[in-house]
Design a protein around this ligand. Structure first.
Ligand code: NAI
Ligand code: MG
Length: 357
């Protein structure tokens, strides 16, 4: 019985931050009376060392049999010289593919306690930032064929193909509308329909899906304007849905304006029968690995997303997010978000403080 969660600590700071999220999960289980059945598996560089593959078959089976996957980060200098086909990062792509994870959810939320770490002017930040970017993850120009570099008429020509099939747009649009329903019922679809045919189809299909969600207020914006509005007036956005390329750029922009990479969670979800993947946005941070310096908040907030989106445990997710806000409000900071006058703590202390609350 209970919820099955595959846990993939990975490399570098991955095991350190995942350990803190697991600590918090243990407290959630006790407080709310749930059993979480954790199944650890090798992944990334650690898996290359033990079995020669970054995503071994046993790990795939563990993940596919779980309700959700929590993972830390992969990669590091030790594996950088390997053939790209067996690099740790390949494991990540293989995992996303196996899980059919077509929608990437990246919240960009400014904790009021960290407002002075924000890159934007105080009068802009005063209205708050709480955005969810829903990025299509397994289509678009990154995967469109044909693509390549060829010689034509005596010169080299590079080409990539921006292509979306309507079912790919429809399924990610549904995730975005469902997300909007769980938030403030506002959705902005971002495209470049003034010049791109693929964007005109994107807009048509999103409009069709909107008929299923009459309560959601849908708007459209061109991607260049969206990039500007994100720094000019981020409070105007709630949920954003967009394709893989535009989403790659906008989700980094939206996240960066809110502060440290150590604070940013993400979810990648697919169909109803595949596990959701939950991970911090950051990598394995070899420069600070093994020193108890990493900020575990990104992973703990990823755990909150796992509880909310894969297990349907909203009150539990709210409790985790509130505990993070409390600890920040009390002045505790890991090095990446530390400023004069605050209380500096390490990775395990930060995790313990959040678990205690
Ligand atoms: P990174 O995100 O690992 O680190 C960038 C900078 O942010 C470093 O200075 C690091 O110390 C800091 N940082 C990252 N996470 C932090 C945290 N939780 N607390 C405090 N500071 C933090 O990106 P980088 O350096 O480009 O990549 C390092 C390795 O990670 C590479 O092997 C890369 O391929 C891999 N990587 C893996 C990802 C994943 O597993 N999803 C994503 C990005 C990179
Ligand atoms: Mg990116």
């Amino acid at each position: 019985g209970g919820y099955k969660i595959a846990v993939l600590p990975g490399d570098g700071i991955g095991p350190e931050v995942v350990a803190e999220a697991v600590k918090v999960l243990g407290v959630v289980g006790k407080k709310f009376g749930h059993t979480f059945d954790l199944r650890y598996a090798d992944f990334g560089g650690a898996a290359i060392d033990s079995s020669g593959s970054p995503f071994p078959p046993e790990t795939e089976i563990t993940c596919m049999n779980a309700d959700a996957v929590l993972f830390g980060a992969v990669g590091g200098p030790k594996w950088d010289s390997l053939d790209p086909a067996i690099r740790p990062e390949k494991g990540l792509l293989a995992l996303r593919k196996a899980a059919g994870a077509f929608a990437n959810l990246r919240p960009a939320k400014l904790f009021p306690e960290l407002a002075d770490a924000c890159y934007l002017r105080p009068d802009i930040v005063a209205n708050g930032i709480d955005i969810m970017v829903v990025r299509e993850l397994i289509g678009d120009v990154y995967f469109g064929e044909p693509s390549g570099i060829e010689v034509r008429d005596g010169e080299r020509v590079g080409f990539s193909n921006m292509i979306y099939r309507e079912h790919e747009i429809r399924r990610v649009a549904r995730v975005a509308f469902e997300t909007a329903m769980k938030r403030n019922k506002k959705l902005c679809s971002v495209d470049k329909a003034n010049v791109l045919a693929v964007s005109r189809l994107w807009r048509e299909v999103v409009t069709e899906v909107s008929k299923e969600y009459p309560e959601v207020e849908l708007s459209y914006m061109y991607v260049d304007n969206a990039a500007m509005q994100l720094v000019r007036n981020p409070a105007a956005f709630d949920v954003i849905v967009t394709g893989n390329l535009f989403g790659d750029i906008l989700s980094d922009e939206a996240a960066a304006i809110t502060g440290s990479i150590g604070m940013l969670p993400s979810a990648s979800v697919g169909g109803p029968d595949t596990p959701g993947l939950y991970e911090p946005v950051h990598g394995s941070a070899p420069d600070i690995a093994g020193q108890n310096l990493a900020n575990p908040v990104a992973t703990i907030l990823s755990l909150a997303m796992l509880l909310r989106y894969s297990l349907g445990l909203a009150a539990e997710a709210d409790a985790v997010e509130a505990a993070v806000a409390d600890v920040l409000a009390a002045g505790y900071r890991t090095g990446d978000i530390f400023r004069e006058g605050m209380k500096r703590v390490g990775c395990s202390e930060m995790g313990q403080l959040i678990a205690d609350r």
